[in-house]
Design a protein around this ligand. Structure first.
Ligand code: G3H
Ligand code: 13P
Ligand code: ZN
Length: 325
C-alpha cells in the first residue's frame, strides 16, 4: 500500500515557492541523516516560524535507511506541532539528487512530497526526457519536482567535475516548458562540500548569470545547491581541537542574501551542519576527555546546529516569520 505524504501532514513545495518568490526570501533545505540533525532543524524552524525542507540524499539513504528516515520525518511533523503548541509549520520531505525514475517513484510511493531528478550529467535531450518522465508520474500524485541544468564543480553523485559548467540561460525556458518541472537547480559557481574555492581564487558566485536566467523565466522558482558558507569560526574551532581542514572556503552570506531576494526560493545546506556538529563534538572531547555518553557530546552538537540554522533562517535566507503567510 502506497503512503501518501498528505496523510503524514507533509506539504509539497508549490505554494511555499510561490510565496518565497513573491516575498523575496528562500526556503531552507537542510539535509538530515540522524535524530540530532532532525531535531535541530525542526527546533530552529519552529522557533523562527519558518517553512522548512527536510532533504534525504543517497548517502543518507545508505547510512540511515530510507524507511527509517521517512518515519522520522513523519515524527517531525508531530514534534513540530508539539513545539509550536498546535500550530503547524509547513514541512516538505524531499529526495535530494534523485538519480533515476525508479528511485523517484519509490520515494513518491513511500511518502515523499517532493523529489529532485538530477539529470544534469546527461546530454540535454536525455535530461529533458528523464525529467519529463518523473514529472508525469509525480504530478499525478501532487508531488513537486526539481530538475537541474548545468553541472556544479566538485563531487556530485560520485561523479567528480573539475570545473563548473554554468547553466546556459538560453536553455532554461525550453527545459522548463518541455519538462513541466516545478523548480530548477542551476549552476552559477556554487559547489558541494567545504572546499568551494581555491586559495587566491575570487570567492564569488555568478549572480549575473542568475539575473540573466531570471529574465528568461520570470518568477520561476530557482534552487541553489552547494550553498554552505563554511563559517571560518567553525573551521578554526575544528582545527584548534585537533582537526585538519586546510583552505576550506564557502559562499559568502552576503551573496546568498542577495540570491534569496531574487527568484532563488530554495537554498541547500548540508556541509555547514556537518562543520557545526564536528566543531562542537571536538570541543567537548577536548574539554572532557573522560566523557563517553553520546548524549553529552551529541547534545551540545545539536544545540550548536540549531543556533546555526536559526541564524540562517533569520539573517541569510530570510525565511523566518514566513511559516504562516
Ligand atoms: O548533495 C550533497 C549532499 O551534501 C549530500 O551528501 O550524499 O554525502 O549525504 P551525501
Ligand atoms: P553544501 O555541501 O554546500 O552544504 O550543499 C548541500 C547540497 O547542495 C545538498 O544537495
Ligand atoms: Zn546538492
Amino acid at each position: 500500500m502506497a503512503v501518501r505524504y498528505q496523510d503524514l501532514g507533509l506539504v509539497n513545495t508549490r505554494e511555499l515557492f510561490a510565496k518565497a518568490v513573491k516575498g523575496g526570501y528562500a526556503v531552507p533545505a537542510y539535509n538530515f541523516n540522524n535524530l540530532e540533525q532532525l531535531q535541530a532543524i525542526i527546533m530552529a524552524a519552529t522557533e523562527t516560524r519558518s517553512p522548512v525542507i527536510l532533504q534525504v540524499s543517497s548517502g543518507a539513504r545508505k547510512y540511515a535507511n530510507q524507511t527509517l528516515l521517512r518515519y522520522m520525518a513523519q515524527g517531525a511533523v508531530e514534534y513540530a506541532k508539539e513545539l509550536g503548541q498546535g500550530r503547524n509549520i509547513p514541512i516538505v520531505l524531499h529526495l535530494d539528487h534523485g538519480d533515476s525514475y525508479d528511485l523517484c517513484v519509490n520515494c513518491i510511493e513511500t511518502g515523499f512530497s517532493s523529489v529532485m531528478i538530477d539529470g544534469s550529467h546527461l546530454p540535454y535531450e536525455e535530461n529533458v526526457a528523464l525529467t519529463s518522465l518523473v514529472v508525469g508520474y509525480a504530478h499525478r500524485h501532487e508531488v513537486t519536482v526539481e530538475g537541474e541544468l548545468g553541472v556544479l564543480a566538485g563531487v556530485e553523485d560520485d561523479v567528480a567535475a573539475e570545473t563548473h559548467t554554468y547553466t546556459e540561460p538560453d536553455q532554461v525556458e525550453d527545459f522548463v516548458r518541455k519538462t513541466g518541472c516545478d523548480s530548477l537547480a542551476i549552476s552559477i559557481g556554487t559547489s558541494h562540500g567545504a572546499y568551494k574555492f581555491k586559495p587566491g581564487q575570487k570567492a564569488e558566485i555568478r549572480l549575473d548569470i542568475l539575473k540573466e536566467i531570471e529574465t528568461r523565466i520570470p518568477g520561476f522558482p530557482i534552487v541553489l545547491h552547494g550553498a554552505s558558507s563554511v563559517p571560518q569560526d567553525l573551521v578554526m574551532k575544528i582545527n584548534q581541537f585537533g582537526g585538519r581542514l586546510d583552505n576550506a572556503i564557502g559562499i559568502s552570506e552576503a551573496q546568498l542574501r542577495e540570491a534569496a531576494k531574487s527568484a532563488v526560493c530554495k537554498i541547500n545546506i548540508d556541509s555547514d551542519g556537518r562543520l557545526a556538529m564536528t566543531a562542537a563534538i571536538r570541543e567537548t572531547f577536548a574539554a572532557k576527555p573522560g566523557e563517553f555518553d553520546p548524549r553529552k557530546y551529541l547534545g551540545p552538537a545539536r544545540d550548536a546546529l540549531k543556533a546555526m540554522y536559526k541564524h540562517k533562517n533569520d539573517a541569510v535566507l530570510g525565511s523566518s516569520g514566513h511559516a504562516f503567510d
